[in-house]
Design a protein around this ligand. Structure first.
Ligand code: SAH
Length: 343
């Protein structure tokens, strides 16, 4: 049966042909505005049409496998499964400045970053636009059940979103449509390990999403040791692509920097980082490393985090430290899934 969830209005109209376009609009409103899951509940459609549609189509988003709530109640992590059984993680975050969700863009990851749990088993497959949208709808429904709304989306879970470019763009455009969630592009952040040609392609899409670049090291030698992608696209070209994205879109780029104890967290690293970012429309988000059982790194000391943060902020680079949310629910990417596979 053909799944209608995740189709654009034009695609819906094409599927429903020869029904008039207003039927596609009614059905889109049911699916995206009212979260209706069966044709039976589409009470403004004639009964015979509802019956006929339910023999040909289904409305299927994602299914819950596991839920973990953090002790402070601010973070909830979900493992969601799709029809082929593939499972991905999403994280709901209740910030004092709004409600957010972190979604996955792929099942597994091929990028091979040395500190990350998501890439341990390689790439299983790309997610479709519909599946990424299903992650977002899952969160939107939870928030609305709490009398709240979903304010922002970060594509920062498992996978490299820019390696799944077409599905990502399709999902973003659909998410932005008034007949869908009508989400402002400014409320969406895409995080990449640095696929330079795809950053340029994203710029040319003319959708002003926030770009977040996972930097993690201030020189090519260390970055290539931590992130294999750096051997293909080195720091110079990556920083130029980030700068260009900021100039063209007017959106400040965020550079993520994981602090790995004793590896990239000294004052000398902070100095070099401030140097390579000076003059950029950018800020830095410092992420204390979240230990992964299969990986051989240590978190930084609190003292090292404070010193690094202070150095950047007193040397012209706006920096924040990611609030540790949900460490008790394995919130670092890939960890919930990895732990499920172990037990
Ligand atoms: N592929 C994209 C998005 C997924 S990773 C990217 O690389 O940006 C999202 C962020 O989590 C990245 O900055 C990544 O480096 C970071 N991350 C991965 N493993 C982590 C860990 N164990 N502790 C803290 N941050 C981690």
């Amino acid at each position: 049966m053909k799944n209608l969830f995740g189709l654009t209005l034009d695609e819906l109209a094409a599927e429903l042909d020869p029904l008039p376009k207003f039927r596609a609009k009614q059905i889109a409103a049911h699916i995206y505005k009212h979260g209706v899951k069966t044709f039976d509940d589409m009470n403004d459609l004639p009964k015979t049409l509802r019956a006929e549609l339910s023999t040909r189509f289904e409305i299927k988003a994602a299914e819950l496998v596991t839920q973990l709530d953090s002790r402070d109640g601010l973070t909830t992590k979900f493992l969601l499964a799709f029809s082929d059984g593939a499972a991905v993680e999403v994280v709901l975050m209740r910030h004092d400045y709004g409600n957010g969700i972190c979604i996955s863009s792929q099942v597994g990851c091929q990028m091979g970053c040395k500190f990350c749990a998501s890439t341990l088993k390689g790439l299983e497959r790309n997610l479709t636009a519909a599946e990424m949208l299903a992650e977002i709808f899952f969160a939107a429904e939870i928030f609305s059940g709490e009398g709240q709304k979903l304010d922002s989306v970060v594509v920062m879970g498992t996978g490299e979103p820019l390696m799944n470019f077409d599905a990502l763009i399709k999902m973003l455009r659909l998410l932005h449509e008034d007949y869908c969630l009508g989400m402002s592009y400014r409320k969406i952040t895409i995080s990449t390990c640095g696929i330079v040609p795809a950053i340029k392609k994203l710029r040319d899409e003319k959708i002003p999403v926030t770009l977040s670049i996972s930097l993690h090291a201030p020189d090519d030698k260390l970055r290539s040791a931590l992130m294999p992608i750096n051997s293909a696209f080195g720091l110079k070209s990556l920083l130029a692509a980030g700068d260009d994205y900021a100039q063209v879109t007017g959106r400040r780029v965020t550079y993520e920097y994981i602090l790995l104890g004793g590896v990239n967290d000294t004052e000398e690293h902070a100095r070099r980082l401030a140097k390579i970012l000076s003059g950029q429309l950018a800020n830095v988000n410092l992420i204390p490393y979240n230990p992964v059982r299969e990986r051989d790194f240590n978190p930084p000391t609190n003292h090292a985090v404070k010193k690094f943060f202070h150095f950047l902020n007193t040397h012209g680079i706006g920096a924040t430290v990611r609030k540790e949310m949900g460490a008790d629910v394995n919130a670092a990417c890939g960890q919930l899934k990895a732990s499920k596979n172990i037990f």
